[in-house]
Design a binder for this molecule. Structure first.
Ligand code: PGA
Length: 252
């Protein structure tokens, strides 16, 4: 399976000029890499100017609204995202959840995106880790409620991004340890198998997100057995992101 590397630019960069430069740098670096699939998720306004994905570089939105159309000021529909040339969408990112999105809203968004045949990068992750392991229960709920009513058939359009919130926006030293990621990946797979059965469930890629940098990328892929990454701050630094892509391309 090709490694999936998602760049989540969040609300950056501040100008279209910088955004174009960053996209160009990523395109240049990714062109020759056969072992990775790169997904750039810029803010909506840039997305509409970036055209369609090419070769192994695809475009994705950072969010989507659950209604199809109508009087919803400020919102963007899955159909619009699709029409503009994006094939992917991040749903349920912790920074959206922090703005008040709960599992019910996230579930509606997952459904709306799947209905348009977008590939959904569905984010889950605990805020803190307690010694009693209650975060396992929390994650199971996020997964099952977020995927409520989803058919087994739709799993082929699903990617899970496991992003422990306590590890987001820091540095490689504060990220999750590879052995812990390995454990989480097994845990998530188990829940998916229980809910959907082995066929299909085991093919869902599980990405890691939370302070991925060139320093920890290789170990999270090898020992952590992540199928790829959701990269935030390091995706805004062309050199760091190129390095992460090169590492992912190398790790089999
Ligand atoms: P980070 O962000 O790489 O800056 O931790 C990851 C994310 O929030 O998706």
């Amino acid at each position: 399976m090709k490694k999936i590397i998602v760049a989540n630019w969040k609300m950056n960069p501040s100008t279209l000029k910088e955004a174009r430069e960053l996209l160009r740098a990523v395109r240049r670096a990714a062109k020759k890499l056969r072992g990775v699939q790169v997904i750039i998720c810029p803010p909506f306004v840039y997305l509409s100017l970036f055209g369609r994905g090419r070769n192994n570089i695809h475009l994705g939105a950072q969010d989507v609204f659950f209604e199809r159309k109508g009087a919803f000021t400020g919102e963007v529909s899955a159909a619009m995202v699709k029409d503009i040339g994006a094939a992917y969408v991040i749903v349920g990112h912790s920074e959206r959840r922090k703005q008040g999105e709960d599992n019910v809203v996230v579930n509606r968004k997952v459904k709306a995106a799947l209905a348009e045949y977008l590939q959904v990068i569905f984010c889950i992750g605990e805020t803190v880790r307690d010694i009693h392991g209650r975060y396992f229960q929390f994650l199971e709920e996020e997964l099952l409620e977020g995927l409520q009513g989803i058919s087994r058939n739709a799993l082929k359009n699903l990617i899970i991004a496991y992003e422990p919130i306590w590890a987001i926006g820091k540095s490689a030293d504060d990220a999750m340890r590879p052995e812990d990621m390995h454990q989480m990946s097994i845990f998530i797979k188990k829940i998916l198998v229980k809910r959907f059965g082995k066929r299909g469930a085991l093919k869902v890629p599980i990405l890691y997100g939370g302070s991925v940098e060139p320093e920890n990328a290789e170990s999270l892929l090898r020992e952590g057995e992540a199928n790829g990454f959701l990269v935030g701050h390091a995706s805004l630094r062309a050199k760091d992101f190129q390095e992460i892509l090169a590492i992912a391309n190398r790790v089999k």
